[in-house]
Design a protein around this ligand. Sequence first.
Ligand code: GLP
Length: 244
Amino acid sequence: QIVPDLKAGSLAIAKTIAGLIRQKQKLKQKCVLGLATGSSPKTLYAELVRMHKEEKLSFKNVVTFNLDEYYPISKEAIQSYNRFMQTHLFDHVDINPKNIHIPDGEVKKEDVKAACTAYEQLIDKAGGIDLQILGIGNNGHIGFNEPGSGIHTKTRLINLDNSTRIANSYEFANISEVPRMAITMGISTILKSKQIILMAWGAGKAKAVKAAVEEDETEHVPASLLQGHPNVTFIVDEPAASEL
Ligand code: GLP
């Protein structure tokens, strides 16, 4: 779906999310959302906050699982995805803090593996993710699944590509402060979601979008592995669609 700009695209995604939350509320069911960070979803979260304040959209039945977190990082660090989610969404809506799940960037190295397994189990126990929201990295990564991440990967500790560290360095004082690792849901974790929406804004994403949707599925472009999913929508603005 090609939209004129990120505002239009973000409003459309917010409407889809709100519709799903309300539908699940009527059925007295939980709504399990997979959430992303980065600059791409900021307008989407602002719109959800507005809907909560002005249109009585409640998050009481919402359970969330975030895609990823830097490792190691303190939850309180301004660059942490934990802090990002509090600032942009959770602090402003009526979600139960017990329903919020974000990979733990503070866990001891020797406990990371167990924490990743536990994260996968929590998703399964919640009944799986109803709707996963994704951004896309300039190199085609989803979550922090860098090129080379296979279709069977699960939540795990990964090394960040240098290009990703450079792309994200604007959040840090300098490049040397960008963590070298991250904990991310795997490609198989993402593909288990019932529905997936990927958003891409700006010309910087045009090459990755083209490779993901028009070229063959390859681990070199992790977003291309979404081609095998039965219910995935890319919502892109015109600049991000310019190479299609
Ligand atoms: C980040 C995140 C991804 C995000 C992507 C794009 O590093 N780990 O989840 O989708 O890279 O980021 P942005 O939206 O800032 O362009």
